[in-house]
Design a binder for this molecule. Structure first.
Ligand code: 6PG
Length: 231
């Protein structure tokens, strides 16, 4: 089992800068090599300082395609929409081409939204960067501890969240692992024990929690979240 590369930062602000440095480097390299770049964004609150930091960076945004590792099954202007949060913190502030923003159609019935997004994602793989967060229960994207295993070749599935909005559309582990770089952002002491549990599962080559099943990843963590990791 591959242990993650761990980069520690004093706090969320420094972590946002460090993640932006890494992501801009990866996207510039992709544009130089293939003429375009792709990134899947995470939801929740952790990535928002990183999104705002990205808006300050010089990048040929017209060559960048944006995807979402998951979203809630709500309309795009709903307060719980990951797309809406990304639009407010990043997408509306950089010169992306509208046709290169590939949102999950959360306003549709969940099975239809998942099937349609799988058709969007399939030709785009491998993505250059996949950003993930981790919930207090060890979930990542919208892959929860209770989520049943996905069909072997599935890239996008419908899942049920234990907290509302319950209906979700999410990348599978297969789609996540198809990314050239997986970057996990975790901040805050409330996640320290769970992150240590994920690390212990990886060290024991016995990944159980969803965050332990994403494959090789770079962990961008602040000191509070890293407090229970091995020194
Ligand atoms: C979501 C996210 C989810 C998130 C974690 C962490 O749709 O909620 O994709 O996986 O990354 O729940 O959320 P916070 O960053 O808000 O702690």
């Amino acid at each position: 089992m591959t242990l993650p590369t761990i980069r520690r930062f004093a706090g969320p602000a420094a972590l946002a800068v460090g993640t932006a440095d890494l992501v801009v480097e990866r996207l510039r390299a992709a544009i130089a090599e293939r003429g375009h770049a792709s990134i899947a964004l995470a939801g929740g609150t952790t990535p928002q300082p990183f999104h705002r930091e990205l808006t300050t960076r010089a990048l040929d945004w017209s060559r960048v395609h944006v995807y979402f590792g998951d979203d809630r099954c709500v309309p795009p202007d709903h307060p719980a929409s990951n797309y809406r949060a990304a639009r407010e913190t990043l997408l509306a502030h950089v010169p992306l081409l509208a046709e290169n923003i590939h949102r999950i159609e959360g306003e549709l019935p969940v099975a239809e939204a998942a099937a349609r997004y799988a058709d969007v994602v399939r030709p785009a793989l491998p993505l250059d960067v996949c950003i993930l967060g981790m919930g207090d229960d060890g979930h990542t994207a919208s892959l929860f501890p209770a989520t049943p295993p996905a069909p072997p070749d599935a890239l996008v599935i419908a899942t049920t969240s234990p907290v509302p909005p319950h209906e979700r559309v999410t990348f599978t582990f297969g789609a996540i692992r198809a990314s050239r770089e997986v970057i996990l952002q975790v901040t805050g002491g409330s996640k320290a024990a769970r992150l240590a549990q994920v690390y212990a599962e990886l060290a024991a080559n016995h990944p159980v929690l969803p965050t332990a099943q994403v494959g090789p990843a770079i962990w961008m963590v602040d000191d509070a979240a890293a407090a229970q990791l091995p020194a």
